[in-house]
Structure formats: C-alpha cells, structure tokens
Design a protein. Structure first.
Length: 85
C-alpha cells in the first residue's frame, strides 16, 4: 500500500520518483492550500476515506498520511487518477 500511496502522491503533486519517502515532511511536498485540497480529494476518492480536518492538522509526514489511509480506507478505486492541470 505504501508504494501505491507514494505513487498517488507523486502523480497528484507532480513529484519525480525518488523525491519523497514516508519520512518526507508534508511541508516539502505541498506548496499551498490548493495542493492540499487536491491531494485530499484524490486520496479520498482513491482510498474511499473521509479525511477529518482535525486529523489533517496532525499529519506532518507522508508516513502519517499512509497510517491514516491504512486505518480508514475502503478498497482502492480503479478509477483513473485526477490529472493535474
């Protein structure tokens, strides 16, 4: 699941492979609130989760995202990922 999640984050935020890991701080990959909204929307759709705004404030690393998704997820969706414009 971690590899799939990393790929989803990379594709959503246009990050090259190898530039993020589970230890990467969110502040290094999310440039602004629009990036965060886009990432939350894609993760919510792909993993069938609702991300609580209070929990979102506690997420500090990509690993925190992975743990949250794992704890709250449904089955991954096979829908195409939302393209970045």
């Amino acid at each position: 699941m971690s590899d799939d999640l990393l790929e989803t984050i990379r594709e959503t935020l246009s990050i090259r492979e190898g530039e993020i890991s589970l230890r990467t701080p969110i502040t290094k990959i999310v440039r602004d609130s629009i990036d965060m909204v886009e990432l939350v929307a894609v993760l919510s759709d792909r993993y069938q989760i609702a991300i609580d705004p209070d929990e979102l404030r506690r997420i500090k690393t990509v690993g925190d995202i992975a743990r949250y998704v794992k704890a709250h997820r449904g089955e991954p969706s096979n829908k195409p990922r939302t393209p970045r414009f």
